[in-house]
Structure formats: structure tokens, C-alpha cells
Design a protein around this ligand. Structure first.
Ligand code: ZN
Length: 293
């Protein structure tokens, strides 16, 4: 499942092709993804110019000149393919072979100038919505989201207050999109490992009784930002490597320290522990019980 760094990589890959581009026509090859496509979807997109390509949590946001925003969510298996694009006279795009192209191409945007942007989603948990720009912040999908983990409002003071008195474990607290937006199973495991904090630790231990942060809170904020930044950087270099080829956006190779590494020696310097897998709230958590306390 794409997480925040993957979505940010998709955004950066789309940016040179989509920003300023006019959608000549849009093709919806089925009426629904996770939810029905908006009424008059293709018509409402036709002739629109894309003013900006942004992101909030795991949602891609394409601002259109008509005052609406196209919200795109990749769901579990969504990816985006760019074909026929020219940026500064050279082909642009990103190729990472994955699945069979064609069969699950559900939405295709034909851009003026000949490029196409195709949304492929075998499992159809993805979504596309059209929302008036001035109603974006109050939209149910976005209104209750916590701060962006890489933004200015996510810091130790904030995280301590969000966790103060919370009777859940750290894993659950960080997966709660109201606490911090866009973190998923993979990067929560990675960030907790980097911060040396157990996923089973009570979230309330990140704050004093008065809600002030402590050394653990500071460590965790830095770890979250670092793992995300490094992953985005890895995504960026995969974009660069494939700049010459038209292709698919959504996934890239990234080496995780603990995620999906059950039984392997812990990569922390001088730690003699091994990576364990436990199940929390029905989902796998990978961690080292020796250096994560
Ligand atoms: Zn360890």
C-alpha cells in the first residue's frame, strides 16, 4: 500500500507533466472506484487547466482553474502511469513494471499536447473526488486529519499534547490520522525503531502530567521526519533514474530497517537483538525488543 513517501513521489513525478496542463478529455472506464466517481466527472474535467499539484496526507490534490479540486487517493494498489509526455523537449515519466497495464486502467486523462495520465488500480480501493476549492478543508476526508508530519505544526510540544493521557500504545497513536496525518504501518515501525521506542509503550509516556514533551517525544518527532525524508529521497532518485522512460508512478524500491525483516539481526549499532513481528490491532508491527524500550 502506498504510504506518504510514495504519494509524495507520485506528486513530484506528476508535477512537471500536470502543472499548467489542460485536460483535453477525461475517460472514466467504469462508474466507480472505491466510491462512485463524481457526477458528470468527465465533463467537469474537460477543458480544465491544472493550476497546482499538492498533497495532504495520502491524498493528491490537483487544483483546477474552474474552482474545483480533484482529490486522488491511490488506495491499496493504485498507481499512475504517464505516457507521451515531453518536459523541456525530453520524454518524462517514471517506469516501474507492476502488474499488467491495460486491464485495470480505470481513469485516463488526455492532456493537450498529447500526454496521457492513467490511473490503474487492480483492487479498486482508490478514489477520485471533485470538491470546490473553498470546501476542501471542511471535506469529511480531510477535515479531521492531524498535522502533516513534515510540516511546521508537527513538533514535540504538539505530539506530547496529542498523546497526553492517551491509554493506547504508541503504534496505535501514530496510526491515528487525527494525531498525525499520512503515517501508515511501514513508517510507524521504522520511526519507532529509529527512536528506540517500543511500539507497545503507552502513548501517554510521551508527555508529562502537564502535557509537556520529554526526551522521547523529541526523539520520535525527529525519527518520523527522518524516515519520511529519506524515503522521499529514495523515491526521488528512482524518479530521476527513470526520467527518460514513460511509465508508472506509485512504488519504488526502498530498504527498510525493520519492516518485513522478522528474525533478522537488529541493524542498530551494537544491538545484539533480532527483529520481531507482533500483531497489534490486527496488523503486523516489526521491532527489536532489545533496543526499543
Ligand atoms: Zn535492536
Amino acid at each position: 500500500m502506498p504510504e506518504l513517501p510514495e504519494v509524495e513521489t507520485v506528486r513530484r513525478g506528476l508535477l512537471p507533466v500536470l502543472q499548467g496542463a489542460v485536460i483535453e478529455s477525461a475517460e472514466a472506464r467504469r462508474p466507480d472506484l472505491r466510491w462512485p466517481l463524481p457526477e458528470g466527472f468527465a465533463e467537469r474535467l474537460t477543458g480544465r487547466r491544472v493550476e497546482a499539484v499538492g498533497r495532504r496526507a495520502k491524498y493528491l490534490l490537483a487544483d483546477l482553474d474552474g474552482g474545483e479540486v480533484l482529490i486522488v487517493h491511490l488506495g491499496m494498489s493504485g498507481s499512475i502511469r504517464i505516457e507521451g509526455a515531453q518536459v523541456k523537449g525530453r520524454p518524462a515519466g517514471f517506469y516501474h513494471p507492476r502488474g499488467e497495464p491495460g486491464t485495470h486502467d480505470h481513469v485516463v486523462f488526455h492532456l493537450a499536447g498529447g500526454a496521457t495520465v492513467t490511473f490503474n488500480d487492480p483492487r479498486r480501493f482508490g478514489a477520485m473526488l471533485l470538491v470546490p476549492y473553498d470546501q476542501l478543508d471542511s471535506h469529511p476526508l480531510l477535515s479531521s486529519l492531524g498535522p502533516e508530519p513534515l510540516g511546521n505544526t508537527f513538533h514535540a510540544d504538539y505530539l506530547a499534547q496529542a498523546c497526553a493521557g492517551r491509554r493506547t500504545n504508541l503504534k496505535a497513536a501514530l496510526l491515528d490520522q487525527k494525531v498525525v496525518a499520512g503515517l501508515g504501518n511501514i513508517y510507524v515501525s521504522e520511526a519507532l525503531h529509529r527512536a528506540g521506542l517500543s511500539p507497545r509503550r503507552m502513548a501517554s509516556t510521551l508527555a508529562s502530567v502537564s502535557g509537556a514533551p520529554n526526551v522521547r517525544t523529541e526523539r520520535l518527532v525527529i525519527a518520523i521526519r527522518d524516515v519520511l525524508r529519506e524515503a522521499i529521497q529514495a523515491g526521488g532518485s528512482s524518479l530521476k533514474d527513470h526520467r527518460q522512460v514513460n511509465g508508472e508512478l506509485g512504488y519504488f524500491q526502498h530498504n527498510f530497517k525493520v519492516y518485513d525483516r522478522e528474525g533478522e539481526p537488529c541493524p542498530t549499532l551494537r544491538c545484539k537483538g533480532h527483529v520481531q513481528r507482533i500483531v497489534q490491532a490486527g496488523r503486523s508491527t516489526f521491532f527489536c525488543a532489545t533496543c526499543q524500550r
